[in-house]
Design a protein around this ligand. Structure first.
Ligand SMILES: [Zn+2]
Length: 377
């Protein structure tokens, strides 16, 4: 993710922090200053420490998912800390439903473990007598929670770890609870049906949450409801596309090589030739050697800027992703999502075709209209 800074690596996973995170720290400083009065320095220190420690807990939550994912052989691309929480990106989902279940549960489980460990620390620090007194006397608890000392900080962290665990366990996509529900269902029925049911459950819960937000004019809860609703819809769409491609191979969707370009050709010249052709990916050859890839969308945007007199060599992609003709289509869509959005299909050292995102999109549309449009293995 752009606009983020690499912090460190844990078990080979880059931990990144998004720049907008600074806004949260600025907010903490402001609140601390506002509430602190004469004691503002202590109050600001308290707020900043609270925000940073809370995000450390969020990071540990994401690491919980990620380390379990690695255990199941799933590659974790990176973890990014955003103001709304953490985001661990994985290359794929694990193969078996129980693995997905354990992976999803590992996040909330980390927060529960943190709450337990911190509670043991709190009992040792405050003493059981004091905790009972706080629990039984609301006024005492009020004073305690508005304090800016270490003991209050600890109590707030325990509370927030419990909240994080409970919130993420709501069985609504894309929350962890939704993933746990899906994997549980996937053990009983097909993965696709499981995703459909779990995502409808997620959207229903999002509607309930949205209704609550409207009735109470709670902007934050409303935002969360929208986020859940959209996330559930997206998961359902994704599952539909993936399942549709099962049993299909790259060979069936690839396009013939077609028009080949030279790096010194102008964009305008190529556009004129390509205007009426369906070709989406062009190989760029120099002296018989493959030097780059140009896609139709590169071509169209280059017509605008830098303009039709620019050369193909200026706009082409020099990194050329390669895929095998017998690779499952469901697996290559991820690879086409990054980089130039297109790849060459290579068999025995020869380029036998190309495959691009628009090619795949066209096939997905055809499959949606008629799933048996191509023979499956
Ligand atoms: Zn999680």
């Amino acid at each position: 993710m752009s606009w983020s800074l690499n912090l460190l690596r844990v078990n080979g996973i880059p931990i990144r922090i998004h720049f907008s995170f600074l806004l949260v720290v600025a907010w903490a400083v402001y609140i601390g200053f506002e509430d602190g009065g004469a004691n503002w320095l202590q109050s600001v220190g308290f707020m900043v420490a609270f925000v940073l420690l809370l995000f450390l807990c969020v990071l540990l939550h994401e690491l919980g998912h990620s380390l379990v994912a690695q255990l199941f052989g799933v590659k974790v691309v990176d973890i990014t800390l955003l103001p709304i929480g953490g985001l661990a990106r994985m290359t794929r989902m694990p193969d078996r439903p129980y693995q997905e279940f354990v992976m999803a549960a590992a996040g909330p489980a980390t927060n529960i473990a943190l709450a337990v460990i911190l509670s043991i620390g709190a009992i040792a620090w405050l003493g059981p007598g004091r905790i009972v007194a706080l629990a039984l006397t609301p006024e005492l608890l009020d004073t305690f929670l508005s304090d800016t000392g270490g003991q209050t900080l600890l109590a707030l962290l325990i509370l927030n770890n419990i909240l994080l665990a409970v919130f993420n366990l709501i069985p609504a996509f894309p929350l962890d609870g939704g993933r746990m529900l899906r994997s549980f269902l996937a053990a009983l029925i097909s993965h696709r049906r499981a995703t459909t049911i779990a995502s409808y459950v997620g959207q229903m819960l999002a509607l309930v949450l949205g209704m609550y937000a409207l009735l109470n004019s709670d902007f934050f809860v409303g935002l969360v409801a929208v986020f859940i609703f959209m996330g559930a819809w997206q998961e359902r769409e994704q599952a539909r596309q993936q399942i549709n491609m099962q049993g299909l191979r790259v060979r069936q969707a690839m396009q013939p090589v077609g028009l080949r370009l030279h790096p010194l050709q102008t964009i305008g010249e190529v556009a004129a030739q390509a205007a009426t052709s369906p070709q989406t990916t062009f190989l760029v050859l120099d002296g018989g050697r493959l030097t780059g890839l140009l896609t139709r969308s590169d071509l169209l945007s280059a017509l605008n800027k830098p303009g039709p007199t620019a050369r193909v060599g200026q706009r082409m992609h020099r990194e050329i992703p390669q895929i095998a003709p017998d690779a499952p289509l469901a697996e290559v869509s991820d690879r086409l999502a990054a980089g130039p959005g297109a790849a060459i299909v290579v068999e025995a050292g020869q380029v036998i075709g190309t495959l691009s995102r628009p090619d795949l999109q066209r096939l997905i549309e055809a499959l949606r209209a008629y799933p048996e449009v191509l023979p499956r293995e």
